[in-house]
Design a protein around this ligand. Structure first.
Ligand code: FMN
Length: 150
């Protein structure tokens, strides 16, 4: 499969998780590309069938700055993502209470609103009890792949 990663990260934790997930996916024979910049045009989501959103949370439940333009444009222009199946890996910190994992939840809600189908449950990584989020994410990959391939 061709798998497209959207990686929202402020200080690199989620980038590191996404790098390890990329390796795990490639080792299983999948081709992985990643959103870099350019908002909706840069993401070219019309061509993407399988998307994995990996996002931390900043501020009070806010989307990381590097992917905020894409999120904002999706929210505004609301293209149909009916052709997309997606998964979500979220990083957060339970101490933020009500805004815990706010950004990955926002991505999940937005993708669903735009008609995309989530496959598998969200992987929720809490930095208070997931000291090795990269290993936890790599361990989650086979179950997500099984769900998306099945
Ligand atoms: C300024 C700041 C605000 C944060 N706000 C939230 C939040 O609202 N909810 C949450 O679950 N985690 C929050 N976090 C925790 C981060 O999401 C978590 O530390 C994550 O591992 C950071 O990953 P990153 O380096 O990829 O951005 C916040 C962290 C910082 C530094």
């Amino acid at each position: 499969m061709d798998i497209y990663l959207i990686v929202g990260s402020e200080s690199g934790n989620t980038e590191m998780v996404a790098d390890c997930v990329t390796t795990a996916l490639e080792e299983r024979g999948h081709s992985v590309s990643r959103y870099r910049e350019g908002g909706l045009e840069g993401a070219a989501l019309a061509d993407k069938k399988v998307v994995l959103v990996c996002s931390s949370t900043t501020g009070i439940g806010d989307i990381p700055q590097n992917v905020e333009p894409l999120y904002a444009e999706l929210t505004k222009k609301r293209p149909s993502l009916g052709h997309v199946r997606y998964g979500v890996i979220g990083l957060g910190d339970r101490n933020y209470k009500d805004s815990f994992l706010g950004a990955p939840k926002k991505w999940d809600t937005l993708f669903a609103e735009l008609g995309a189908t989530r496959v598998g449950s969200r992987l929720e990584l809490d930095s208070t009890d997931n000291p090795t989020p990269d290993e936890d994410a790599v361990a989650w990959v086979p179950s997500w792949l099984a769900a998306i391939e099945g």
